[in-house]
Design a protein around this ligand. Structure first.
Ligand code: TMP
Ligand code: ASP
Length: 238
């Protein structure tokens, strides 16, 4: 079946990816662009070959997670920029898991970036461009009907499992997994990990120098953005 998948109509174009229907109603084609945005697209640019790298890095992580018992939407990578995925009904919640204080957590609570947390913190954000993805809590998710209690429990458990699998994998490659953002969806009633896992959606710091090796180089104008993405791909074997 998969060998003859054809791209059909464009279903959705996001900031970093396009999603196409395929000849199989259960499968979609995810196309990775080089476009980069930050601060809800107030800052725009391109990162050369980002789409190729994010596709390849996401494949490495999804394969590893599948082997470790995290069900994902990944089916297979078709070529440099295209990945075949299971069709999801997306839960409109971004789940962030943090191991080290950084980014919006540092800003919100006036904390210094770089302090390791004694255990992971999980946060939820409502996926809404017009509202700039506001932070929400489990009560908002449940009472406002974004997910059911079993679905939310499953998302949290899969988030912590994903973190527990990726952290040592990355540590063995001299990368600290500072934090990451995950998205989930429903596929025939089952919650699957979706979207992508890559330097756009994670913070990766070099273990010895602490150097940032992720999209913060673009967000904060730190330079050598492409080099950082390529180095992550090289270290994870993508
Ligand atoms: P934050 O510290 O800005 O809340 O980001 C937490 C993590 O989520 C970080 O690894 C980057 C990722 N992230 C996204 O994937 N998309 C986004 O729009 C934002 C703001 C963060
Ligand atoms: N998702 C953000 C944007 O909307 C980008 C980011 O900071 O990761 O532009």
């Amino acid at each position: 079946m998969n060998d003859s998948v054809e791209a059909r109509e464009l279903l959705y174009e996001g900031k970093a990816k396009k999603l196409f229907a395929t000849s199989d109603p259960d499968l979609l084609l995810q196309y990775f662009k080089d476009d980069a945005t930050a601060f809800n697209a107030k800052k725009r640019g391109t990162i050369a070959e980002k789409g190729v790298i994010n596709n390849a890095v996401s494949e490495v992580f999804f394969r590893l997670l599948e082997r470790e018992g995290v069900p994902t939407h990944f089916v297979r990578r078709l070529d440099d920029r295209r990945m075949l995925v299971k069709r999801l009904e997306i839960v409109p919640v971004e789940v962030v898991v943090r191991n080290v204080i950084a980014g919006s957590l540092a800003k919100r609570l006036g904390l210094d970036e770089g302090k390791p947390l004694p255990e992971p913190i999980v946060e939820f954000f409502y996926k809404s461009d017009p509202l700039d993805d506001p932070m929400i809590n489990a009560w908002h998710v449940l009472v406002l009907g974004m997910a059911t209690k079993p679905e939310l429990d499953r998302m949290v458990a899969l988030t912590l499992r994903t973190n527990a699998v990726l952290r040592p994998f990355l540590a063995a490659r001299d990368i600290v997994l500072v934090d990451m953002k995950l998205e989930f969806g429903r596929h025939h009633g089952e919650i699957l990990l979706g979207d992508e896992i890559c330097p756009d959606t994670c913070r990766f710091w070099d273990s010895s120098s602490g150097e940032k090796m992720d999209k913060d180089r673009f967000r904060r104008d730190l330079g050598r953005v492409e080099e950082a993405y390529q180095e992550i791909a090289r270290r994870v074997g993508a």
